[in-house]
Design a protein around this ligand. Structure first.
Ligand SMILES: [Zn+2]
Length: 378
């Protein structure tokens, strides 16, 4: 169920939308109606008029056209709570369309899923990551075709969360793990599938899922820890891209001045060299002291995050990755370190918590990208 916090966030972003050009007003109003239904669930046309500030006539017209397009359905009448005719409820047609999501961030598999407009996964496919980099793109296209064919409803769009730095047109500027540079992944998939395609870095997709489906606030960093370390950032409820689309690439920030482990990038003491899953498991095996290894890594994470929290006034840090490594001593040490290194008045209550999603966070984030890009809903 939607929380009051989400509704407040919706109201805020609605007000922030500001002046709209006339030719965009209708699309904007359609998005308002869909956003209200997405956040609050089924309601009457009169409720929608109140919620959006649009007139009853405009709402009836918009609901009619959204029903024609298959995005909204009538759900029957609400039991009358007073005199007068009982109201017909309308809702998002949660089964009218499907979304296809791909998660390319796994070290062993490429994963695809069919999702409802609510972000529920209804079908899942995966293929092993090809050993040869030259075969990765073909495997992704084939996987996308398989998942789309399994949708059994019109597909609203394809969302993709991929490792690497991705620009706002879905071009992967750099993904060393796949050997990609300036690869037009969105264009390639769009041409092949004939569907709208949205591509983002996997951590940036994940933070969208945490915001839309995980109850995260509007100012949050989500740190993904796997074979590497990356982060997605939202400020004021909006994704932060940065000057070169590389915001959140914190894995190769050097932590501390006392040396540290060598990193694959050639530097010493990168956050990734302390915190990535292989680094943690190797040090735990070598020392036999998981608690001190995890506390140490958590402290390093806190040192890296404190200036980010302070500069952007973030209210939440979410971690996504193996809970047995990240969820206990590591998260506690990170939270303590951030609190001692930032202004107590503002950040004393800051928590570091595990993401509310498990391994599906990137797939659900990919669905949010499609909802947002195609329907203006988030
Ligand atoms: Zn590095």
């Amino acid at each position: 169920m939607p929380s009051p916090t989400r509704s407040a966030a919706v109201t805020r972003s609605r007000r922030a939308a500001g002046k709209i050009l006339p030719e965009h007003a209708r699309a904007h109003n359609r998005a308002l109606v869909l956003q209200s239904l997405f956040s609050a669930g089924a309601m009457s046309r009169a409720d929608l008029a109140r919620e959006t500030g649009l007139t009853r006539v405009t709402i009836s017209d918009l609901v009619g056209s959204l029903m024609e397009d298959g995005y909204v359905v009538e759900q029957g009448v609400r039991e009358a709570s007073g005199p007068g005719k009982p109201a017909m409820l309308v809702d998002i047609a949660r089964d009218g369309h499907r979304i296809v999501g791909l998660d390319l961030s796994g070290s062993e598999s490429l994963v695809g899923a069919v999702l409802t407009l609510d972000g529920e996964i209804v079908a899942r496919h995966s293929v092993p990551v090809p050993a040869r980099q030259s075969e990765v793109l073909d495997a992704i296209v084939a996987l996308a075709r398989t998942v789309v064919a399994d949708a059994h409803a019109p597909v609203l769009g394809l969302g993709v969360g991929t490792p690497g730095v991705v620009d706002d047109r879905g071009v992967v500027l750099a993904a060393p793990g796949f050997g990609w540079a300036d690869l037009d992944l969105a264009g390639t998939l769009e041409r092949d599938l004939g569907l709208p395609v949205l591509v983002a870095n996997d951590a940036n997709a994940a933070v969208l899922a945490e915001h839309t489906f995980g109850g995260a606030g509007d100012d949050v960093i989500l740190v993904r820890v796997g074979r590497g370390v990356g982060a997605g950032l939202l400020t004021g409820g909006e994704p932060l891209a940065g000057a070169r689309f590389a915001a959140g690439e914190i894995g190769h920030v050097t932590v501390g001045t006392d040396g540290g482990p060598a990193c694959a990038c050639g530097k010493i003491g990168c956050l990734e060299a302390w915190l990535a899953v292989p680094a943690l498991t190797e040090r735990i095996a070598a020392t036999g002291d998981p608690d001190s290894v995890l506390r140490d890594a958590g402290e390093r994470l806190g040192i890296a995050l404190a200036p980010i929290v302070g500069a952007l006034d973030l209210s939440e840090i979410a971690l996504s990755g193996p809970a047995d490594l990240l969820g206990g001593a590591l998260a506690e040490a990170a939270a303590e370190t951030v609190r001692t290194r930032t202004l107590a008045t503002f950040h004393d209550g800051l928590q570091v918590r595990m993401s509310t999603h498990s391994e599906d966070i990137v797939l659900r984030g990919a669905a949010v990208m499609v909802l947002s890009g195609r329907l203006g809903v988030s």
